[in-house]
Design a protein around this ligand. Structure first.
Ligand code: URA
Length: 237
């Protein structure tokens, strides 16, 4: 027996938070009865309906790695009609992105309908490392290096930088390319990190997520994750 919201999320239908909202809205029935409180437990013998559709408890699980282009939103739908990451992968499953990249950030994002894996990867306690390449409008100095080594306070919470390296400096244009690895998932965290140091991020790309990297995927291209990659992601728990 498992909690209803967890079973819905694990089926890949939606996230656990959205599942809770659906339950509280009265959109979920178990064996013909509306369940609108959290904490109700179900087994795989129960018939769950959401907005009159029977939930498939054993959908085929799909896992993709996408090189997200700019001007695509990390969401399953957008009120403003902007392109969403799920539109770039032809699948009949209800895929959703694991975490977020900003509209203008490019690079590696995982999409899946496996709610259990998505929850593992997004949980802060698992401290999954992500590496970004940031093009900034300036050149870091010794003082900045010290701060990066020590950790930087952002919104009163310290951001620990696991690794950083200046990859390129263009003195004429006064820009540099900096690689940073962090294990946090706060919104706009890399842009805020450089803003705190006094630099504007002109371009941002995520180049690695745990042991996965973009390899030769071009912007907008995707590939399926292998069984062993999925198993290794589960092992990050
Ligand atoms: N940090 C940011 O500022 N933006 C992203 O898209 C990802 C990490």
């Amino acid at each position: 027996m498992d909690r209803l919201q967890k079973v819905i999320a694990n089926s890949g239908y939606t996230s656990r938070r959205k599942a809770e909202e659906l339950i509280l809205q009265g959109s979920v029935e178990v064996n013909g009865e509306i369940v609108n409180t959290l904490g109700f437990k179900v087994s795989d013998k129960d018939i769950i309906r959401i907005n009159d559709n029977v939930l498939n408890l054993k959908p085929t699980l799909e896992y993709y790695l996408l090189n997200k282009p700019r001007e695509v939103i990390c969401s399953v739908k957008d009120d403003k009609g902007r392109k969403c990451v799920v539109d770039l992968i032809p699948s009949n499953s209800r895929l959703y992105p694991v975490g977020r990249l900003d509209y203008d950030t490019t690079g590696l994002i995982i999409l899946t309908n496996d709610g259990e894996l998505a929850n593992i990867l997004m949980h802060p306690k698992h401290k999954i490392k992500k590496t970004y390449l940031a093009k900034i409008d300036g050149i870091l100095n010794e003082e900045d290096f010290k701060k990066l080594r020590k950790g930087v306070m952002i919104d009163n919470v310290k951001l620990t930088i696991d690794h950083f390296k200046v990859r390129k400096i263009d003195k004429q244009k006064n820009t540099s390319l900096v690689e940073v690895t962090i294990h946090e998932g706060r919104n706009h965290i890399v842009r805020n990190l450089f803003m705190t140091l006094g630099y504007d991020v002109k371009k941002l790309t995520r180049v690695a997520y745990a042991f996965l990297s973009l390899d030769n995927l071009k912007s907008g291209e995707y590939r399926q994750l292998s069984k062993s990659e999925v198993a290794s992601l589960y092992n990050l728990k």
